[in-house]
Write a protein that binds this ligand. Structure first.
Ligand code: ADP
Length: 162
């Protein structure tokens, strides 16, 4: 039987992208033929970067990873997945708290659109890394160089100087 072409989306806010996200992307692409990082445009609490800025930073980081691209999307994740004919949603898991929330989300997405969700467990060193924590530490002037890529770190420094 011919192997099915699998196009997956990795949806999220990515405000900003962290080394934890990048780790999920690098391991995720090994499972799929194509992976589209889908930056949600819906408003989040205290955003730091615009969706366009988030896309720019992600684009800089994925140039050397074949099969991976980045887009923005509006509205429901499953609607976007269906629209671009993606057959899977990729999500990362850091903790049991994540599991509880993601379980509900994945069940709903499968029920309403028949889209399957694939989970990748975080690498231990990133299990506490989240974009919201990055935004908080950055606003207090903490050192984030181990948790976020250099291009993101540079932009953060510039943004917080303003
Ligand atoms: P959302 O607001 O949709 O949770 P995020 O940008 O915070 O968007 O996260 C997108 C996805 O990446 C989620 O599945 C989240 O669990 C996962 N993720 C975030 N940080 C990490 C990390 N450090 N390790 C593994 N997965 C992560």
């Amino acid at each position: 039987m011919a192997k099915k072409f699998v196009r997956a989306i990795f949806p999220g806010s990515f405000d900003p992208i962290t080394n934890g996200h990048l780790d999920v992307i690098n391991r995720g692409i090994k499972l799929f033929d194509e992976l589209i990082i889908a930056v949600g445009q819906s408003p989040i609490k205290n955003p730091l970067f615009t969706p366009e800025e988030r896309v720019e930073m992600i684009a800089e980081l994925i140039t050397d990873i074949p099969g991976v691209s980045v887009e923005t999307f509006d509205g429901l994740t499953v609607e976007y997945a269906t629209q671009i004919k993606a057959n899977a949603i990729l999500r990362g898991l850091r903790s049991l708290t994540d599991v509880q929330y993601e379980f509900q989300l994945a069940m709903t997405n499968r029920a309403v659109a028949g889209v399957e969700t694939v989970f990748i467990m975080t690498s231990e060193q990133y299990s506490f890394t989240s974009s919201s924590l990055i935004r908080e530490i950055a606003s207090l002037g903490g050192d984030l160089s181990n948790l976020i890529p250099k291009n993101v770190h540079d932009r953060l420094k510039k943004r917080l100087k303003k």
